[in-house]
Design a protein around this ligand. Structure first.
Ligand SMILES: *Cc1c(COP(=O)(O)O)cnc(C)c1O
Length: 405
């Protein structure tokens, strides 16, 4: 058990994955981050921390999440067999609870009183509010007022869970300004608060820490798949926003070179600027939110507007380890657009009775294409990162007619 999150070679001690990652922050914040890194490196070897996290993963989240052989979908396609790692069955309905519990428990062990974070669509806010409650911490979530109106059910969830939702009314009134507001609040009191980032992004140590907490997905999957089929999967597929669910699955398999790995980015409405969020496919290296990575940016290095039908994939940057994995060619980064994702959303619902999150539907859409290409006898393991209940109102309003509803 103790080895599950301790066996990494990357990043280096300064938080670099090759040329990517690092920490680009003001000096006063650097001191705080250094303290978090030190505490994390000590605490992740601590038996009582690992035991408590394992207990919560099992009895609170409901891990291990099963792997399901989507036979109906596979038969419909008539190619490779598609298997789903069911992160949608976790308590709170997605993989985000895995790293939120880790971050909450770390904060508790460091003697913090409060977790702070921003949220866009509210998924990270709800998972963090849940983790804060079970671990016994206060929780402040910063959210743009436009997002508060758009994602009202998640605002209510956070409040019911006892978190404070702090409206941000400056600038774009969405995620970007919520990040700034949350960081300012954090800097006012980094002693009793911990900033909990929602993906494998931000300055060191967050890309490392969040990955380590998500690696449980890959560790379970490797063993479960072997028990089910007697082999490793031939292909892995996961959607990539910031990249946490993808790196969680991929991490356990990176050294097995014979396994093909695919990260699926959102192509949105097409490949024109502002109409997608396919950072690795169309971006260039740059610096944003305190770390160096591929970035969708203009000539001046400012982030470009991004769009995807899946609000969880809608980010102009990407986790630094993915940038390295792209450059060394270990992972193939591909795309699925809005239409393909919505097709897969209905497709999986109607073939196998599983309503996927629109984010996860991007991975299912690409897996279906890959299954055709790979053909019978091959296998594909998809990380089904979350359930689609949060998306049903939007899908019916926007696409209902097209799908006969
Ligand atoms: C947030 C979210 C994502 C995207 O985040 P990653 O860090 O790229 O995993 C994907 N799927 C679901 C269900 C999400 O809630």
């Amino acid at each position: 058990m103790t080895d599950s999150i301790n066996d990494y070679k990357l990043p280096d001690s300064r938080g670099y994955f090759g040329d990517y990652g690092g920490s680009f922050v003001p000096p006063e914040l650097q001191d705080v981050l250094d303290e978090i890194t030190e505490s994390y490196l000590a605490i992740r070897k601590d038996e009582s921390f690992l035991k408590e996290l394992a207990m919560l993963n099992r009895h609170f989240t409901g891990r291990p999440s099963p792997i399901f052989h989507a036979k109906n979908l596979s038969e419909k396609i008539g190619g490779a067999d598609i298997y789903l790692k069911r992160e949608d069955l976790n308590h709170t309905g997605a993989h985000k609870i895995n790293h939120c519990l880790g971050e909450a428990l770390l904060a508790k062990k460091m003697g913090k009183k409060k977790l702070i974070a921003e949220t866009g669509a509210g998924q990270h806010g709800v998972a963090l509010a849940t983790a804060a409650t079970i671990v016994g911490l206060e929780c402040d979530i910063y959210m743009g007022i436009i997002d508060i109106k758009k994602e009202y059910p998640n605002v209510i969830r956070m409040k019911i869970l006892g978190a404070k939702v702090i409206p941000v009314d400056r600038g774009t009134q969405t995620l970007k300004d919520a990040v700034d507001a949350a960081f300012e609040a954090y800097l006012e009191d980094p002693v009793t608060q911990l900033y909990a980032i929602g993906s494998v992004v931000g300055p060191h140590p967050f890309p490392m820490m969040v990955r380590d907490f998500q690696k449980i997905v890959g560790i379970e999957a490797e063993q479960q798949f072997l028990e089910m089929t007697g082999k490793d999967p031939d292909n892995l597929v996961a959607c990539v926003g910031g990249g946490s669910n993808a790196i969680g699955l991929f991490s356990a398999f990176l050294e097995k070179r014979e396994i093909n790995i695919y990260g699926v980015e959102p192509a949105g409405k097409g490949f024109k600027e502002g109409e997608h969020a396919a950072t690795l496919s169309f971006g260039k290296p740059g610096t944003l939110h305190g770390f160096h990575s591929y970035l969708l940016q203009d000539e001046a290095g400012d982030p470009l507007p991004v769009y995807s039908v899946a609000s969880g994939l809608d980010y102009p940057g990407v986790g630094p380890q993915h940038s390295l994995l792209k450059d060394i060619g270990r992972v193939n980064y591909v795309t699925a657009d809005d239409k393909e994702a919505i097709d897969a959303f209905f497709g999986l619902s109607r073939s196998d009775g599983i309503i996927p999150a629109i984010e996860s539907a991007h991975a299912v859409a690409f897996a279906a294409k890959l299954a055709k290409k790979e053909g019978k006898g091959k296998t594909i393991l998809v990380n089904l990162s979350g359930r689609g209940d949060k998306d049903i109102d939007f899908v019916i309003e926007t696409y209902g007619k097209e799908y006969g509803l």
